[in-house]
Design a binder for this molecule. Structure first.
Ligand code: C5P
Length: 243
């Protein structure tokens, strides 16, 4: 396959921008997607919006040709995870997150088998430190636990992992192209950090091996969200053509 042909199968720069709809209700979410218009085609719905009526919104967005990442971070006994994942797959979401425990990932994969929904693993929450893991009874620290769960995610066969920008390069080297790597914590140069501490620019994250970026406030709190999304997509395109 020629490099050009290989690139034809790559997601477009716009497909690599996932806008986080971190709003409490469907009305606010709808107002935001209307302002963004065609500048973005992929939205992340997290627990707050999901529990505030967002499950119907998933269907509505999918019916309009948008893609949805449902960030529910499932973790329960395998039977419950499998059945919950099957229900979610009926909504038409492209991605569903689960905690990256082998049992949980296997159950979620069984639940979405035969559907278009793909499973992403959350290795260790970025709010957790080594001390937090020790307090919770884990023998290993964050770095070792992330690496171990990434290897398990690959062995189980989930589609990809969510991870912070500072883990991207090392993780890409570790897993090759076997897992999709998706990162939040992205800030265009000059954008407010908010509560994010370890951030990357859109171009930097793509160059470090990210397949897609989750971006919330730099788009949703911009004076012109559509323009902010277009600027990020342009930066992704420039980085993608150079890697
Ligand atoms: O507004 P901002 O761009 O910081 O939003 C980032 C999104 O990614 C939020 O929905 C946040 O919950 C999510 N996220 C994150 N860091 C993680 C995992 C998820 O910021 N480690």
């Amino acid at each position: 396959m020629t490099p050009t042909a290989a690139r034809d199968h790559e997601p477009s720069p716009r497909d690599r921008l996932i806008v986080a709809l971190d709003v409490p209700g469907v009305e606010q979410a709808r107002a935001m997607t209307a302002r963004i218009g065609e500048a973005a085609c992929f939205y992340k719905i997290g627990m707050e919006l999901a529990y505030g009526g967002g499950f119907d919104l998933v269907r509505a967005l999918v019916d309009e040709g948008k893609k949805v990442f449902l960030d529910l971070k499932l973790h329960d006994i395998p039977n419950t995870v499998e059945k919950a994942a099957r229900q979610v797959s009926r909504l038409g979401a492209v991605y569903l997150t689960v905690h990256a425990y082998p049992q949980t990932m296997k159950a979620a994969l069984a639940g979405v088998a035969g559907t278009d929904t793909q499973i992403l693993g959350v290795t260790v929450m970025t709010s957790m430190t080594d001390a937090d893991l020790a307090e919770a009874g884990y023998a290993q620290g964050v770095a070792d636990t992330v690496a171990r769960r990434a290897d398990q995610a690959r062995a189980v066969g989930v589609a990809g992992l969510i991870l912070s920008p500072h883990e991207l390069a090392a993780m890409r080297a570790r897993v090759g192209r076997s897992l999709r790597l998706i990162t939040p914590g992205v800030r265009p140069a000059g954008a407010a950090l908010g509560d994010q501490k370890r951030v990357a620019t859109p171009g930097g994250a793509i160059r470090d091996g990210a397949d897609a970026l989750v971006v919330g406030r730099p788009v949703t709190e911009a004076d012109d969200p559509a323009q902010a999304a277009r600027a990020i997509v342009a930066e992704i395109a420039a980085a993608q053509s150079g890697r």
